[in-house]
Ligand binder design. Structure first.
Ligand code: GLC
Length: 431
């Protein structure tokens, strides 16, 4: 399952999430946000780390929802000692993969905070024998190695009594008779203040869980405008993402509708598609079903061709180590990007919707044609503008083409069938 969401500045999220609060014309992103959005859109590839107390159980990040009682679950914290903790190793793996940013789960639905928060003792420093602020070390290492840090933050908390339960986390044994939205909102904002004050520049806050709310059961106003405003007041360049499970919805690349849930017009805001490498976000011991490097590379190209970044997830083990297969996949992505990065980084969506043979990305007057599934020796490529030159990306060898209606017929007969992505560069007139 992959999830699509939108990175934006203040206000527009609401427009997209709820469709009512702001008229589009009213939303004026600040110059800092506009610049951050551009940089984000240029970066194209990030790595998601789902790592928390849940990693200890090896059953994915939703484990608490599926049976254990909170009272028992919290006991795992006393044994949480990530003996291989080494922020450098994670950041290096991400850099070697050619990714430009990390999104780290600071606190997932289980409610365990992965930093030294003063808002609750249920955190990696106060509740575990490890006692180190892993977020601090990760943030410092990201700055050292020039990788942007985004923070996932859950709007849901299954462990707290004040969180007004929605549809999930109802069976954890926590007393649910005193929900207190105001108190919980203050708690979250207190935590966000810490995250945006004590850990250097944060590229984005990545919210998740708005979708859990059951308005009939516990009516309250999410007060997201104030929450987003606080984020921008604390860090004017910090983007806000909300995985709201609303249109645009889960399951498809932007504009596609393979799952029957999506298919909306593509937003002009920078987009990001997140995906698991195997089938689970948090570490799942029984899931070794990793996607092949070719599939992952095709996902990256597919996302870029729609103007979206790919946020590829890894669920590190309780020790903090990355599963060996995940490390291998990251290295494979890096190898490919090392050679083909120019056709991905800094590009914007291609000229046409995905074809059965592949797709395209654009950078100025260069259209990169990505042939992913070679099928015929000559393919029709829709192109905006006139094609002046066509050559292979790798060897810079001329490729034959004939002008056709609103595009060209491109000779790809020389394609090596084993190539993961055969890229032909079309130099076009200025658009
Ligand atoms: C869903 C899940 C969550 C996961 C997220 C990643 O919202 O609830 O476990 O972190 O998707 O996109």
């Amino acid at each position: 399952m992959n999830t699509k969401r939108i990175i934006q500045g203040l206000g527009t999220a609401l427009l997209l999430a709820f469709g009512v609060k702001f008229a589009k014309a009213e939303y004026q992103p600040s110059p800092e946000i506009v610049q951050a959005q551009e940089e984000f859109a240029d970066s194209k590839f990030g790595v998601f780390f789902h790592w928390g107390l849940y990693s200890m159980f090896g059953q994915g990040e939703w484990y608490l929802n599926y049976g254990p009682k909170q009272e028992e679950y919290v006991k795992a914290a006393k044994g949480f000692y990530p003996s291989k903790f080494d922020a450098k190793a994670w950041v290096k793996a991400v850099k070697d993969a050619g990714a430009k940013y990390i999104c780290f789960t600071s606190r997932h639905h289980e409610g365990f905070s992965m930093w030294d928060t003063d808002m609750s003792d249920y955190n990696i420093v106060d509740a575990t024998p490890f006692g180190r602020d892993v977020l601090k070390e990760l943030a410092e290492e990201c700055q050292r190695q020039g990788i942007k840090l985004h923070l996932y933050y859950s709007h849901i908390d299954w462990g707290r009594e004040d969180y007004p339960r929605g549809r999930t986390g109802l069976d954890t044994g926590v007393d649910l008779s005193h929900p207190d939205w105001k108190g919980y909102y203050d708690f979250m904002n207190g935590q966000l203040k810490e995250l945006l004050t004590n850990y250097g520049p944060i590229g984005a806050i990545w919210f998740d869980g708005w979708w859990d709310h059951d308005e009939d059961k516990t009516p309250f106003d999410w007060e997201l405008p104030a929450q987003y405003q606080m984020i921008h007041d604390l860090q004017p360049s910090c983007l806000v993402a909300n995985n709201h499970h609303q249109t645009p919805f889960e399951g498809d690349l932007p504009g596609e509708n393979a799952y029957g849930l999506s298919g909306q017009a593509i937003s002009q805001l920078p987009l990001e598609t997140c995906a698991t490498m195997n089938g689970m976000w948090g570490y799942k011991i029984a899931d070794q079903n990793y996607k092949d490097p070719q599939i992952l590379i095709h996902m990256l190209v597919g996302a870029a061709s729609k103007g979206a970044n790919l946020l590829l997830n890894v669920g590190p083990q309780p020790s903090w180590e990355l599963p060996a297969t995940a490390l291998n996949r990251l290295a494979e992505m890096g190898k490919w990007l090392n050679e083909y990065g120019e056709t991905i980084y800094g590009t914007r969506r291609g000229d046409f919707p995905a074809q059965s043979w592949g797709t395209s990305t654009r950078k100025g007057n260069l259209l990169f044609v990505h042939v992913l599934e070679p099928e015929a020796p000559v393919i029709y490529v829709p192109v905006k503008g006139k094609v002046k030159k066509a050559y292979t990306f790798k060897e810079h060898k001329k490729v034959k083409f004939n002008t056709a209606e609103e595009g060209i017929l491109l000779d790809v007969g020389k394609i090596d069938k084993d190539t993961i992505d055969y890229v032909v560069v079309l130099e076009t007139t200025k658009l």
